[in-house]
Design a protein around this ligand. Structure first.
Ligand SMILES: C[S@@+](CC[C@H](N)C(=O)[O-])C[C@H]1O[C@@H](n2cnc3c(N)ncnc32)[C@H](O)[C@@H]1O
Length: 271
């Protein structure tokens, strides 16, 4: 099974929506406020953000990918949010907004410290556009348990994934996204805090949940062939293949968990 990346984002967004909703609620965004979803993708969180700030509020989504922005626009229009949202193609390091112009900024699974991208450049830009006391939320998928009963296989897959991803295996630990609290402090954000959110999935699974869980496995581990032993790879294929007798998502006692971390801070009042 191989879904397009946009469809994967849609299915996984649906699977993990409750955690995102709780994380957004924990930001206590006021009704009628104006904010941004930086790296909005296909707009999964924009509807939650728009609902949170109510009909008098506004959400501006930016992303660098035309196809994701096209899908986001359609989804937002189809769900009746068109009067509450704006979308533009932009890099999060050069946002199309004036200084001190927004009340809050949400950035989910986007601020990865990869190759030529230093998270400092993103945080500096976020601080520029936030009003004094404006709220920043950086939200990251941090961990998952998707293969109950196969701890060694899951550890091997995770080790291979971590080893190949530069943002998980940085030489400078301060650049790792789990150290985002430090990023906020260095840039003078106040009231910096961390909160944890959790998605639990239990049987019976709908077909949509099965596809979404398959996407999670694909996105994380689908291209690790050659980076784990052949025996591990074959076992993984057996467990994730819907046509296999050992398809793990058909186990009537299957369950999975996904963990997220939200780093929050407020822009200092004297910038
Ligand atoms: C993993 S997706 C997350 C999308 C969305 N925030 C969500 O949680 O569903 C990361 C998104 O960031 C976008 N992106 C990556 N680098 C970016 C940059 N420098 N500026 C703006 N968007 C960027 C990608 O196009 C992609 O849509």
């Amino acid at each position: 099974m191989s879904e397009s990346y946009e469809l994967q984002l849609h299915l996984v967004g649906h699977l993990t929506e409750n955690a995102a909703r709780q994380a957004i609620e924990s930001m206590h965004l006021s009704n009628g406020t104006f904010g941004m979803d930086a790296g909005c993708g296909i707009g999964n969180h924009m509807m939650l953000l728009a609902s949170e700030v109510g009909p008098m509020g506004m959400v501006h989504g930016v992303d660098t990918c035309d196809e994701k922005l096209r899908i986001a626009k359609k989804e937002l229009d189809d769900h009746g949010f068109s009067s509450q949202v704006e979308l533009s193609k932009s890099d999060i390091r050069t946002l199309p907004l004036d200084d001190d112009s927004i009340d809050w900024l949400w950035c989910a699974d986007t601020l990865w410290p990869i190759e030529d991208f230093n998270p400092d450049d993103g945080i500096r830009e976020f601080k520029r556009v936030l009003r004094p006391a404006g709220k920043l939320g950086l939200y990251f998928w941090t961990h998952q348990n998707l293969l109950p009963g196969y701890p060694l296989l899951e550890s091997h897959l995770n080790l291979a994934y971590t080893s190949r991803n530069p943002y998980l295996n940085q030489r400078n630990p301060d650049l790792h996204f789990l150290n985002a609290k430090k990023w906020l402090k260095v840039h003078g954000f106040q009231n910096v805090s961390i909160r944890f959110f959790h998605v639990s999935i239990e049987t019976p699974l709908s077909e949509k949940q099965k596809r979404a869980l398959g996407c999670c496995m694909d996105m994380l581990w689908g291209n690790l062939h050659g980076e784990i032993t052949g025996k591990d790879w074959d076992l993984f294929q057996t467990l994730r293949s819907p046509s296999s007798e050992s398809y793990i998502l058909n186990d009537p006692d299957y369950h999975a968990e996904i963990y997220y971390t939200l780093f929050q801070g407020s822009a200092s009042s004297a910038q």
